[in-house]
Design a protein around this ligand. Structure first.
Ligand SMILES: Cc1cc2nc3c(=O)[nH]c(=O)nc-3n(C[C@H](O)[C@H](O)[C@H](O)COP(=O)(O)OP(=O)(O)OC[C@H]3O[C@@H](n4cnc5c(N)ncnc54)[C@H](O)[C@@H]3O)c2cc1C
Length: 330
């Protein structure tokens, strides 16, 4: 049996020891281990699958993408984990949608069409039926942006219990960005090399605090207070579990060009890990969210009437100009 062909078989067996008949679930895993479990509860009606199931992660324990020097995003579990052979985890969304739409799905009874309809019309609850669990290592300043996404379940490394690892984020010299003059929150092109080098030296100096942190914890300073001396470039880790609807919301904000490049790198890796598992949803996400554009009623009027945007708000005008450029208008 191939590693990816995790099969769930049902066996009605006779117990060798006492000759009693019992219902047994038998699971055959990739390494050939056979485990069986007697339910012992005859109220439970156990329905065998009518088709073979496959593991969406091909029997692997994790799929990991390294980020920068010390970070990673690893997919460690998925719900559904097992899907009917020939299908993807998109099938869990279709299954949930069909229960709510019932006969109404007759018009949109093709799976891809149904999922695209759900995404277009923001019918979001069926997307919550799929969940992914990740293990992530990232610098604290990235984690601070990430934790604002409140709908995930998170368990973070505790710097009260454990010593912080000696790992710090350092951008490449080209990634030491100049403060943007148009966007106060961001940086854009690389700053001149001399200044970039000076900044990297400053980061090196802050990393040098690590050995003093370690010394003082060895002298008895509590880890919970000693960590206050470390910079936000130090790495933390967490398990992060979230449903697909909220993951797509996270990705639409954090893969966007307005998000800081460091968290964007993580978000893009997360997307790369899941898109083969829910390809139909991801295709619709790209078409209707990621690569789509929202137009305000002022912008629609400007297109309709061929007039300038009816506002004096400089930021709104700049945003409209950027959209026009993307659309090849004006
Ligand atoms: C480019 C960028 C710049 C940002 N800059 C700043 C900044 O300068 N300062 C700052 O503080 N933050 C900033 N943020 C964070 C931002 O304001 C949001 O907190 C973050 O993006 C999470 O968005 P969310 O609340 O929609 O997501 P989630 O927390 O994942 O929530 C998803 C959705 O669930 C609903 N929801 C969740 N919790 C609640 C609740 N308690 N009550 C009501 N509805 C809820 C909302 O509909 C929400 O949209 C920035 C984010 C981005 C992407």
């Amino acid at each position: 049996m191939s590693k990816s062909a995790l099969t769930l078989a049902r066996a009605r067996s006779t117990c060798e020891y006492d000759g009693m008949s019992s219902d047994t679930d038998t699971q055959v895993t990739g390494d050939g281990t056979i485990t069986s479990q007697t339910t012992g509860d005859d109220r439970i009606r156990r329905i065998a699958p009518d088709v073979a199931f496959k593991d969406v992660m091909n029997g692997d324990s994790r799929w990991e993408i390294p980020i920068h020097d010390h970070g990673f995003v690893a997919l460690v579990d998925s719900m559904p984990r097992l899907v009917p052979e020939g299908q993807t985890a998109d099938s869990a969304i279709v299954q949930a949608a069909r229960v709510s739409y019932g006969a109404g799905t007759k018009k949109v009874n093709e799976d891809r069409g149904l999922i695209r309809y759900l995404l277009r019309h923001r019918h979001t609850t069926p997307l919550e039926m799929v969940e992914f669990k990740f293990h992530i290592a990232m610098p604290i300043f990235v984690a601070r942006q990430w934790i604002r996404h409140r709908t995930a379940n998170v368990n973070e490394y505790s710097a009260r219990y454990s010593i912080m690892p000696d790992r710090f984020y350092r951008p490449s010299i080209e990634n030491v960005r100049k403060q943007s003059t148009t966007n106060r929150q961001g940086g854009d092109e690389p700053i001149e090399v001399g200044t970039a080098e000076e900044f990297l030296k400053l980061l090196g100096d802050s990393e040098a605090l690590y050995s003093r942190y370690l010394d003082l914890t060895e002298k008895g300073v509590a880890r919970e207070i000693a960590r206050a001396a470390l910079p936000v470039s130090v790495f933390t880790e967490w398990y992060w579990k979230c449903d697909l609807h909220n993951i797509l919301h996270f990705l639409s904000l954090r893969m966007d060009k307005h998000a800081q490049i460091e968290i964007r790198d993580y978000a893009t890796a997360m997307y790369d890990l899941i898109k083969g598992i829910v390809p139909i949803t991801c295709e619709a996400f790209e078409d209707y969210r990621l690569n789509a554009m929202h137009l305000t009623s002022l912008e629609i009027d400007a297109i309709r009437n061929g007039t300038p945007l009816d506002t004096t708000n400089k930021r709104e005008i700049a945003e409209w100009e950027a959209k026009q450029a993307e659309l090849g208008l004006g």
